[in-house]
Design a protein around this ligand. Structure first.
Ligand code: GLU
Length: 451
């Protein structure tokens, strides 16, 4: 087991935090936790034109929602002095020098910026750089083609490669776990480490997360901010579980795993080399598993922002509804649809006008029989005490009558009388939810409609 592991997640605050970045953060954090090490969040905001505080806040908020805790926090714009010292050191030791900016440096220049007179370049030793990637194995790179690359636009404007290396060295990062889109940056960064006289860390480049069409999931390519999943009613533990299993799976193929279980089972050499597809349907499946396992108390709390205004989560009514709601949804935002017009639980709040012919069982439509059964069932329900008015209590009271007179003939009109809907839970559950008084009232209304 490596000792004193320090990992970092180093996002640039240039877009909303999405699933791809989240998985990178997750793998880095898991690796640190697994080795009793430290996990650092470092905001890489040296690109002043594209970095925004709003995005930094979104990164912090997303990590908090998802429960990923970091041990230290840094922001590169607070560390300019350190970078200036490093540039000076590299220049003093002959590893960097002032030179004219050329058109080939344009890629390193923020859009709209004019050519400037001079930039600071790294003196490339033009050698072969080899590193052992913990996921991809040995990687060899001939750096000759890179030429002398820019590490700063001025003493106060270091660029990406320099700040990453200076920070990784200063923070004692032992393992860099990041997206494979950074593989091509690694040789330059290793050269800078060597010039600074610091041993490069170990690298693990994880495969990209892809969208359904196999294109890279990125902030510039339609990726959904992770906080959007919170608004859609996903549970953070389901998101963590699903994303950890994208590109990695434990040796026993277990699927439902808590963060601690993942930390216990994770290994970088089980991370696959090919890209993994992010599939919201699969995420829904994970979410449902977590909803099913939730205590009533936690479910009540989690559901609160998603229930319609008239339904108070602390109420007896909600307590009756919650197991049914839980069973019918995949994510909490599905709750609204259950109670909206056409939803299976719309009847709870109010019964809408319905066509009286709906009260007749389709297989044996018989008005007088339906009336007789509704009256009989009404009596059975009114004879029940409040304690007897559970779904089971109602079923034991009504079932023998239904068996004797034909289940469909008895239960269909009852269900429609209680709900006015084609689709709903069974009539015992419906009567239990709306209670004795309201059930009797709705049955009376149905009787007068039919009579
Ligand atoms: N700031 C870089 C990014 O957001 C990551 C740098 C790194 O992990 O080395 O893509």
């Amino acid at each position: 087991m490596p000792t004193n592991v320090v990992t970092r997640f180093a996002p640039s605050p240039t877009g909303y935090f999405h699933a791809g970045s989240y998985r990178t953060a997750l793998f880095s954090c898991i690796y640190a936790r697994q080795n009793g090490g430290k996990f650092i969040l470092r905001i890489e905001d040296t690109d002043k034109e594209r970095s925004k505080k709003e995005y930094e806040d979104n990164i912090v908020d997303s990590l908090q929602w998802i429960g990923l805790k970091y041990d230290e926090f840094y922001r590169q714009s607070d560390r300019t002095e350190l970078y200036r010292e490093s540039i000076r050191r590299l220049m003093d030791s002959g590893h960097a020098y002032l030179s004219k900016e050329t058109p080939t440096d344009a890629g390193d220049r923020p859009a709209g910026r004019q050519n400037r007179e001079e930039v600071i370049r790294f003196r490339n030793p033009n050698k072969k750089v080899v590193f052992d990637d913990m996921i991809r194995g040995r990687i060899e790179f001939d750096t000759t083609e890179l030429g002398d690359f820019v590490i700063a636009k001025s003493m106060d404007e270091p660029v990406f490669h320099l700040v990453v290396v200076v920070d990784d060295a200063d923070m004692g990062i032992t393992h860099i776990i990041r997206g494979e889109d950074h593989i091509s940056n690694t040789p330059r960064q290793i050269l800078i480490f060597e010039a600074l006289g610091v041993m490069p860390p170990k690298y693990a480049h994880i495969p990209l997360l892809l969208s359904g069409d196999r294109s890279k999931l990125s902030k510039r390519h339609g990726a959904v901010p992770i906080t959007e999943y919170r608004s859609r009613g996903y549970l953070p533990e389901a998101v963590v579980n699903y994303l950890a299993l994208l590109g990695w799976h434990p040796s026993d193929d277990k699927e439902i795993m808590s963060f601690d279980e993942i930390v216990g089972a994770f290994s970088l050499d089980r991370v696959q080399k090919s890209g993994a597809i992010f599939d919201e349907e699969k995420l829904k499946w994970f979410n449902k598993q977590y909803l099913n396992r939730m205590s009533d108390e936690r479910f009540t709390e989690a559901a609160m922002p998603f229930v319609p205004d008239w339904l108070t989560t602390g109420s007896m009514l909600f307590a009756r509804l919650s197991p049914i709601i839980k069973e019918k949804i995949s994510c909490l935002s599905d709750i609204a649809g259950l109670f909206a017009g056409g939803g299976e639980l719309a009847f709870v709040h109010a019964i809408g006008p319905y066509d009286p012919s709906m009260l007749l069982w389709k297989k044996e439509p018989d008005r007088s029989a339906s009336l007789r059964h509704l009256n009989a069932v009404r009596d059975l329900i009114s004879g029940l005490s409040e304690e007897g008015l559970t779904a089971d209590g109602l079923k034991s009271a009504i079932w023998p009558y239904a068996e004797a007179n034909g289940r469909g003939n008895v239960l269909w009109p009852l269900r429609v009388a209680l709900t006015g809907q084609e689709r709903s839970p069974d009539p015992f559950v419906c009567a239990y939810i709306i209670g004795k008084e309201e059930s009797l009232k709705r049955i009376d209304d149905a009787i007068s409609v039919l009579g």
